[in-house]
Design a protein around this ligand. Structure first.
Ligand SMILES: O=C(O)CCC(=O)C(=O)O
Ligand SMILES: [Fe+2]
Length: 329
């Protein structure tokens, strides 16, 4: 009644409540709480004396012109027996920042009051990143960069078979050792301009401004975008990523002609992942076939519990279909 009067809205007599416990390293990433009928979110904190340096703040986000979360504009430090509530709306983005205190437990009772649903604005559709056709580079770029073993035709057939069986493959020692070293040290030494990627309800990591990367990094980048690399990838995967690639599935010329007009394109980024970085599953706006390629740099000695793995979930399913842990490259 009190809340209904205060907010001047009709609330249902029942309420959702649950108890949450956040401890060292726990976090709840940016979300808006929106679900049919949820109108007011509340949290009652049952915490020991809490400092901003303990983490675990309830961070509230501003939104941009597309209604997407932009930056944290308010951080509420939990406090014993204090009640926080806010209206759930398409712009009520918030997160619980990582608890960094090692020995404190952030306990809370939280839930939602329900009422008539509000009309929602249409979901924002992100523009797709510009894709590019391959760069005209002949196969000498492959001999310069790619380990000899992957240039061997028999080995390419073996890789292709394994890829076709499991839809994923890890190619250890893919780049020539000296080239890899060159790229890693250039990445470490150079003054690269890193931009934070968002919005935080979808992703949070840093991407290099390609204009600021040193030459060896740019050359490595161009390797992956090169015409010769598209052909190599076709051989390694059996996918027709280039008009000249063999396509074992198509025997008639008509199909070949059709595919010739739809040569693959590529898009990518040089990303830096540090503590607190993530990408979140979200409804993707355009469903398409794509080959994901990841080259991890500077991750030797990486261990499972460092995090930073990539997980794939099939559309409409809850379970992961595969998890790729990071290895040296
Ligand atoms: O515990 C908090 O401060 C917020 C929790 C929350 O946002 C949620 O459970 O949806
Ligand atoms: Fe929430």
């Amino acid at each position: 009644m009190w809340l209904s009067d205060l907010l001047d809205l009709e609330l249902e007599p029942t309420v959702d409540v649950s108890c949450a416990k956040y401890q060292h390293t726990d976090v709840l990433l940016c979300h808006d709480d929106e679900l049919e009928g949820r109108r007011v979110a509340f949290i009652l904190y049952l915490v020991p004396p809490w400092q901003p340096s303990d983490g675990g703040a309830l961070d509230l986000y501003s939104t941009d012109e597309h209604g997407q979360p932009a930056c944290v504009v308010k951080s509420l430090i939990p406090c014993w027996n204090s009640l926080v509530f806010f209206e759930v709306s398409p712009v009520s983005f918030h997160q619980v920042s990582e608890v960094v205190a090692e020995d404190k437990c952030r306990l809370s009772l939280s839930g939602w009051f329900h009422g008539p649903s509000l009309p929602r604005p249409p979901r924002y559709i992100e523009p797709v990143l510009p894709r590019q056709k391959h760069l005209p580079r002949d196969e000498s770029v492959l001999y310069e960069w790619v380990s000899d073993v992957y240039m061997n035709l028999e080995q390419q057939v073996r890789v292709q078979q394994e890829f076709e069986d499991s839809s994923e493959i890890r190619l250890p020692n893919f780049l020539k050792e000296e080239k890899l070293k060159e790229v890693i040290s250039a990445l470490q030494l150079a003054e690269i301009h890193w931009d934070r990627s968002g919005p935080p309800n979808k992703r949070c990591y840093e991407a290099a401004d390609l204009r600021s990367v040193p030459d060896s990094v740019r050359s490595c980048w161009e390797l992956f975008c090169s015409e010769a690399f598209f052909l190599l990838l076709s051989n390694l995967t059996g996918l027709k990523l280039h008009t000249l690639a063999n396509d074992p599935d198509s025997e008639d010329d008509e199909e070949d002609e059709e595919q010739a007009t739809s040569t693959a394109v590529c898009v990518g980024e040089i990303r830096r992942w540090t503590r607190g970085c993530y990408t979140l599953l979200h409804d993707s706006d355009n469903r398409e076939f794509a080959l994901d390629l990841l080259l991890t740099l500077g991750c030797s000695g990486w261990q499972q519990d460092f995090g930073g793995f990539t997980s794939y979930v099939a559309h409409g399913e809850d379970e992961e279909v595969s998890v790729l842990a990071h290895s040296s490259h």
